[in-house]
Write a protein that binds this ligand. Structure first.
Ligand code: BTN
Length: 244
């Protein structure tokens, strides 16, 4: 499978999408030292200084119903958290749907993009931005309290290649499990690594904001919340703030 390495590109997700559109096989990996237009969820940007972060996107062609695509994001989050715990000893946690936190600060984000053909998944791009050797001073003042890096948490620089290998190997195991055994074990692992179930949250969505308690994550990776008014909601996408 192909590995494409860029010193500078606009966004590895955009590059991977173009390759996938041109027929690149599953497993094609795009890595960059830096991005001029790194993208986050909801039109936000992802900033990383050259050589400090791990920035990559993977082309996948899962044989799954598009309604279950959220599982790819959850599976990526599990793989990243497990690799971080194993390689660095950092107490990495998952925040729904796709953030990796340590001590409440964000260490990594995942951007999953799907393309469909007729009613089936054509390809999925899963992109990871992980702050590895970013010194705390490099974070702009407005995010310094909410962002962190592997180096800041373990007070030593870390090999980005070693982390990439660990993440990809964990990913491969979980992707295989998802395809052959279904999502149960990934959901179980996700719940262990996340602390969202049972908590009071505020969820900001496109048009509304709700408060309530998280009761579970369902088999499609959808967040189940019971609002303070007693209404049960299925939430596909949104920004979560913990209230307790
Ligand atoms: C988020 O937290 O909102 C997701 C951030 C995802 C950033 C990564 S960096 C590599 C890949 N290429 C992009 O343009 N975005 C993802």
């Amino acid at each position: 499978n192909g590995i494409v390495h860029h010193h500078l590109t606009d966004s590895t997700n955009t590059r991977a999408r173009e390759l996938a559109r041109d027929g690149a096989p599953e497993g094609t990996l795009v890595v960059a030292e830096s991005q001029s237009a790194g993208r986050g969820r909801k039109g936000r940007s992802w900033l990383a200084r050259p050589g400090e972060g791990l920035l990559f996107s993977l082309v996948l062609r899962p044989d799954m119903d598009p309604s279950r695509a959220a599982l790819i994001t959850l599976m990526t989050a599990v793989s990243v958290a497990e690799a971080l715990i194993r390689e660095t000893g950092i107490d990495a946690r998952i925040k729904w749907p796709n953030d990796i936190l340590v001590g409440g600060r964000k260490l990594a984000g995942i951007l999953t993009e799907m393309s469909m053909e007729l009613d089936a998944v054509d390809y999925v791009i899963t992109g990871l931005g992980l702050n590895v050797n970013t010194p705390t001073e490099a974070f702009s003042p407005d995010i310094r309290d909410i962002a962190t890096s592997v180096m800041a948490e373990s007070s030593a620089p870390f090999s980005r290649v070693a982390l990439l290998q660990a993440i990809l190997s964990s990913f491969e195991t979980h992707y295989h499990t998802l395809a052959t055994q279904g999502p149960e074990s990934i959901l179980t692992r996700w719940k262990e690594l996340s602390d969202i179930v049972g908590r009071r949250v505020r969820v900001s969505m496109m048009r509304e904001e709700i408060e309530g308690r998280v009761t579970d994550i369902d088999a499609d990776g959808v967040l189940l919340v019971t609002t303070d008014a007693g209404e049960a909601l299925r939430i596909l996408s949104g920004d979560v703030t913990y209230l307790d």
